[in-house]
Structures are given as C-alpha cells and as structure tokens.
Ligand binder design. Sequence first.
Ligand code: SPV
Ligand code: MG
Length: 295
Amino acid sequence: SSNGREGVLELRDIICIRDSPSFLMEAHDALSAAIAQRAGFKALWASGLSISSTLGYRDANEASWSEVADVVERMARAANIPILVDGDSGFGNFNNARLVATHLHRRGAGGVCIEDKTFPKMNSFIGDRHQLAEIEEFCGRLKAVKDSVSDHRFVLVARIEALIAGYGQDEALARAHAYAEAGADAILIHSRKPDPTEILAFARSWHNRLPVVIVPTKYYRTPIAEYRAARISTVIWANHNMRAAIAAMRDVCNRIIRDEGIADIEPDVAPLEELFALMGYDELASAETHYPWPK
Ligand code: SPV
Ligand code: MG
C-alpha cells in the first residue's frame, strides 16, 4: 500500500464491513495507543473526553483543536493502526470544521467524527442543555470537510445528538438522511439510556443506508450478538483506557500512602520490560549496530 502500512486495514474497511461489528478502542496519548494496538485492536478512537481529561480540561471545547491535533499526531506515531478522531462539533462553523479535518488528516488521522451540536459543545453525559445545530448548517460542515480533504480514504462520520438532546426517532432519522445526502460515510447514533432500545429502534428504521456506529458507554451490558443482529457496523469503547488508568493510579497512590512504601506494589504494576517493549527499545538497540555513533 502507498502509506507503508502493509497488513493494516484502512479505517474505511473497518467501519464499512457490516457482517460483524468492528471495534474502536479509546486512546488518548501515545502510550495508550501503543497498548491498545499491542492488545490486538485494529483501530483507535481518539476520544475528546479522554484527551481533554488527560490534558486537564473539561470535555466542553476547553482544549483547542491544535492541542487535540498534537495528541493525535503522537498517537499516530506510537500506533500503526488507523485512528478515528473525535472532532467534537468541528470547533465552530463549516470553516473551522474543514480546517480541523485538513490538519487532522495531515497529522495521521484516518477519519474524523463531527457531532451536530453548537460550539462550545458539552459532553453528552452531562446536563440536559445540549444545543443541536440546524440541519442545513451542519450539512454545510460535513460538505466542507468532504470538499477539503481529497484523500478518499479519509472517513467522515456524522454523529447525531438528537436522542441525547431529548428529541425523538423522527428527528434522529431526518438528520441521518440529511447527513447521508451531505456526504457522510457513516452515522454515529448516540444514546445515554441504560439499555440499547433507542439505538436499536433507530437502526431498524435506518435500514443501513450508511454504516451505523454506536458508543455503548451507558448501555454497556448489551451482548455483541444483539448489535450483530441489528447490523451495527462499529462499536466504540469510548473511554475505557482512561478510566482503567484512573482506577489503577488511584489504587496505587492509596496503597503507597497507606504502606509508606512500594514493597507490595511490584506484582500489580507493569514491569519496566513491558514499557520498553511498548516503546520499541529493541529497535534502537538494533539501529545502533547499523549506524556509527560516539562510544
Ligand atoms: C468521547 O469519547 O469523547 C465521546 C463519546 O465523544 S461520549 O463521551 O459518549 O460523548
Ligand atoms: Mg467526545
């Protein structure tokens, strides 16, 4: 392939394969991206919530788009698998959206997901004042992204927040059809209900006009078989590397404080060898045999 990633699936293939759901694992920095790839995930979700959190921001467009792009570039360097970037609502109007998409593409993203909210957005699980964008205006954002990134491999996912904002299926479906007309490659239908009823109802009425992407953070108990039956194309595990890190770091901090030492911690933290393997120290050792360097 022309991008030097032989054996690596393109994001478009991963999202458009519809016989069984594919999975995008959240990552938020180079290390978490490398860990997810090593575990066997074929693609990553660069989560806005997770990236914001690790940078010390709230998921309310406090991080600038260029800070997010810096993180994405580090992730792309650390993991040789495609990344779907959470582009929030595009950081403004059509012009901001196309600027952000162009930069993300250049810095290694395989695609971007844009949600139909106004700027600044708020995380979908917080509060009940989610302001939807007008359909026509949002379609302009999608078209502008399509028109400005000429690489046909770059995937544009249109994310519908109608159910999050308290509108019904009709609004969600009308938006999905409009976004398909505007050139989206896939539809992300988001829900914060504890069961998948509303996203499954959406999928039934949508008839797979475009691939459907879901984020079962709140309806996490649903078995994959149900998504397979509903012909969901892609499932995003949206924040689980970050939340695993929070729990692990909280526990180790509490134990070291309590024990005033690290004697019992060793079996519960990653060996340094694992870190060295993740970051490719062996490559450096072999490179040193090929290039002269001062001894
Ligand atoms: C994210 O991971 O930033 C998402 C998914 O956009 S959610 O937090 O569910 O909105
Ligand atoms: Mg987000």
